[in-house]
Design a protein around this ligand. Sequence first.
Ligand code: BGC
Length: 761
Amino acid sequence: MKRLQSLKAVLMGSALAMSLALPAAAQDKEFPWMDTSLSAAERADLVLAEMTAQEKMTLLFGHFGSPAPWLNARADVPGMNWTPPEEARNQSAGFVYGIERLGIPNQWLADAGLGVASQRGPNPFLRTALPSGVATAASWDRELSYKGGQMIGNEARLSGFNVLLAGAVNTNREPRAGRNFEYAGEDPLLAGVMVGEAIKGIQSNDIISTVKHFAHNFQETKRNSVNAKMADKAGRETELLAFELAIEIGDPGSVMCAYNRVNGDYSCESPYLLTEVLKEDWGYKGYVMSDWGATHSTVPAANAGLDQQSGFPFDRAPYFGQALVEAVENDHVSQARFDDMAHRVLWAMFDNGVFDNEIAAEPDEADIDFDAHADITRQAAEEGMVLLKNENGILPLTDEVKSILVVGGMADKGVISGGGASQVYSRSGDPANGMNYGMNSFPGPAVFYASSPVEQLKERLGAEITYMDGKDLKAAAKAAKEADVVLVFGTQWTGESVDFDLALDYDGDKLVQRMAKANKNTVVVLQTGAQVMMPWKDDVAGIVEAWYPGSEGGEAIARVLTGEVNPSGHLPMTFPKTLKQLPRPVIDSEPVGDAKWAQADYDIEGSAVGYRWFDKKGLEPLYPFGYGLSYTSFDYSNLTTDTADGVLSVSFTVTNTGEKPGADVPQIYVGPKAGGWDAPKRLAGWDKVTLAPGATQDVTVTVDDRILSTFDSGDKTWNRAAGDYTVYLSHSAMDVDEETSVTLDAKTLNVANQVVTSSAE
Ligand code: BGC
């Protein structure tokens, strides 16, 4: 590392000194690549032609942006004593040197998808935290996802970052995975669209976003070594499709490859993933950066398609430092490939305005409109909350209720957030600081946001509201008996690098059971990463899934519970009843056969992920994908289909038949009558419709042909089979309201999603 920095110093100090002395504006005029009438590719060509090998390498080598005391003790890198580059932002994820003589800006990297995150340390950025990724996905609201992305991109820019490590789209194949909260659920269409919109919003600030973690990064257990075994066809029809859609919609400047292996190769050394699928088949023009500690070599990684090593010294060596230059000199990595690596980074920087709209020299947080952003995160939390159960109209709470006992989840203090690299610290402070909630080492302890549901309820209701932490079960049960309504706050804290049971923290399931026994008017408010099991489901009157609701979460919860907001979220993943229902009842953690690493076999379910698996196996879930209630009711009618130009579109009418305004998420699923898919049906489209009582709206949904096709790995085509299909208009994957039939012609699309043959033509 020292060597790298000293090389840079030598370069900067000698021949380049003159150009460094020039003011930046004067230089700009002279740089032909600053001509904005040229394309990003032409501009990258021009600057690349001027670059030395050392300068190219500089763009390809990322530094960790934060001190890493834990690395000092690392046995495999003796004597490592890491200090981040001075120019890196405080407690940030990364930094890549620019090249001043050529006017190439520095790259300042921050996590990520839920807001501007900070690494652990004494002085984190205090920023707006969106609700978790699954919460946003549960809104099924494309515009809202864009708005959230736009907001965090704005805060990132005004905090001095021009690369945001956002766009987490790994699909929920493993409900116990500790990072599911960062992602967007189990369905490739929903996840790809929602994350694509968020990326587009982030990049609207003239900064780069990633999409990550490419690919098949489904569990945290043994995450640095586990092998994901997945056939090409199954991958293309599920997780890879989610990435493909997110890239088409969001056009992220960078793709972050993952920690895990895929079919034997490390993701960041996989020619299949990085070159064949991403760059050749999809024509991706941006650059691939590694996850922090996911680069394992120089030559195999560069030749497989990795363009930038990230976060050194997370890796064991500076593989893309001097070793890369030498590998090029010795022809182990071709000059063309080396140029391509640098060209991709430059292209993404030009394409996203990183050159043309540079980060302010001294970013000022006073420029952030925190009030407006509070409204955005609150709205996102509200729209993502899912009403799972509401018996006898127990919700919304009204002033008829005279006494409410609130128990558990630190609901008197705030709301919980997920742990790990995506951790955002809020301006309201952390009321759990020092309590060691969850875990006392990384990714814990859990951080809470000081947005108290209890306080917010008190502001809205006349009832007497009492809070108990629930540790004394007997006392809580006694108080529960005397209250009109009991609200139990159940948390399932999760975080990066660990997998979790589908149970509530601190014996929360037992607490709910006890409260439900004491008072039949018990409502459970869940704050969970993703799925939990609910052994008490039948004993309680109401259940609201609030996920990790972000920095205004307490207010959002209170507004939903009191009916100020009508819940409209729908589950973006299937909640199983038991672990036995899952394709892998036990998480794979032991080496198999001759392999030195654990292997998770995703060929068990293939494309039949989530609800598709439950459908195929005839299993009844606890709650199905797409499920969500409202304080009003919706009726569907006039279901019709159209196949003009060979494209399937589905039209129908939604009516609010209840007495309250509300928003609905009508869902279209499709399946071939003759079978031939891995599972009977797939989500093919949806809309989010807001309606006043009695109001009606016509909706048309156009169906992407890849959803109607199976992927042929032999000739790399998407094939839509001729025949009859059932089209379902549904409230969830398991609650079909109406169905109809449509006959589709055969159609073949190539791997770049272009129609090759269509019998309609
Ligand atoms: C995570 C990434 C994150 C990176 C930088 C890694 O541990 O897997 O998602 O962007 O750290 O903080």
